[in-house]
Design a binder for this molecule. Sequence first.
Ligand code: HEM
Length: 486
Amino acid sequence: MSSFMTLGSTLPLLHVIGESTRRKRSSAPLPPGPPKRPLVGNLMLMGQDKGWEVFEKWSKELASDVISLTGLGQTVIILNSYSSAKSILERNNVSDRPQLLSMSELVGWKQSLIFHPFDDGWKLQRRYIHRGIGTRSALKQYDQLKEVVAAKFAKAIMEREDALDEHCHVFAGDLMLRISYGYDSKGYDPMIKMAEEVTDGASEFGAPGKWMVDVLPFLRYVPDWVPFTGWKRAVREHHSNLQKLVNTPYDWMRGEMDEGRAAPSFASKLLSEKDMTPEAASTVWATYAFLKMMCFHPEIQSRAQNEIDRVVGNDRLPLVSDMDTLPYVWACVLEALRWHIVLPLAVPHMSMEDNVCEGFMIPKGSVVLPNLWAISRDENEYPDAHTFNPERYLGDKPQRSPQDWVFGFGRRVCPGRLMAEESVFIVCATALATLHISRKMIDGVAVPIDLTQSAGLASHPTHFEYNLKPRSEQAKSLVFNAVMAS
Ligand code: HEM
């Protein structure tokens, strides 16, 4: 997602500035849904905390993968299985994004690729991204950079073990800023903090039902002195943070170019593209979730470390090119991507025409949400789905790879997916090769680990207590030497 944004999914549920639902042209029924209240229909149900769990429950109760909610003329269609999400979202005409007045127009997210309407501008941006990072061969040029950033991550932990989430933010932000602008961060520096602030702000800002202006658009014209217009200040602040995030790295890069010392980067090749600040938060939380699960399952951690010791040895750090020869480590990464879904309802699509799919009517203007969380916990795809088990992707009959769905569907599928896979792999493999993570003990008793995830647009794993130590002196010097040599 663009501008370090991992906004999710329930965001436009309540108050979409879209076309309202009108079912005139087909007699096909809407997908089933929960009971409706007079006048407001299902409106009150649309923007609830952890909606993904509730939608999955309704889907089971209604015995239908595809369900719908309607209220005040808006239809929301929720796709609770891989097959329904694939068959419906792979239609071109479900590739638009709904627009929220507060987020899209007033704050300005509309310009970013993630919320961009499905038009020629969007197609052009996608083409640029595809050219830059959309294929394995294009990404190859960044292998060494990813390896250095992964070593920096391990070094930062060795120097300060108690700030894992901060290190995850630095790793992901650093990678994106280097690739996009050639900017080499100085740890948790102002540019990385700015990116984090915008992501957090956006997540909070876009919380469902948060802003009345999305329901009553005339409120945008109410003067600031009127009581209860504090939201206008919040909008202005978020707008200004977003502009800073878009402009600061770009202006920095232009300055470097003027001085003739700009490092080669994605944006320097595409000069006019200021909107390439790509998202990092999904990568942040995928990495954090991976380490959390390694901590929770020491036996899985040891098995992955044994594989690295056997294949890579102890004289060098893992490389991106080791991916194919470390199947168990890769299976752990896949399982972490399935286990913790950063965007449980992905990013909402919007139907641009009336569609009849799987016997149901999906009216023009409907918000269409793939329930990635429900897919991840689907017992038909993943028996014993609530257990973290990397072996499900190995052997003669591997289960479906989360790569098939965790990055979304159709023409809006995540354009950074290959980059995300390689960067999460290399940071996790480097961490496994050089660090040991274990449960925090107090008076000989392991501190419990809460395995739940947060509510919100972009969901993150809950905080956990751990010990992180270098695996050996040799591992330590490999990491320090790799960073020194970079
Ligand atoms: C583990 C990491 C990541 C995950 C799980 C993830 C997941 C997703 C998902 C679910 C979507 C919505 C797809 C849909 O609408 O059907 C998406 C969109 C997007 N992602 Fe990612 N993503 C990740 C990393 C990245 C990275 C590293 C980048 C940039 C380099 C990126 C850039 C984007 C963009 C620009 C979009 C919007 C595409 C559009 O609307 O056309 N993502 N991502």
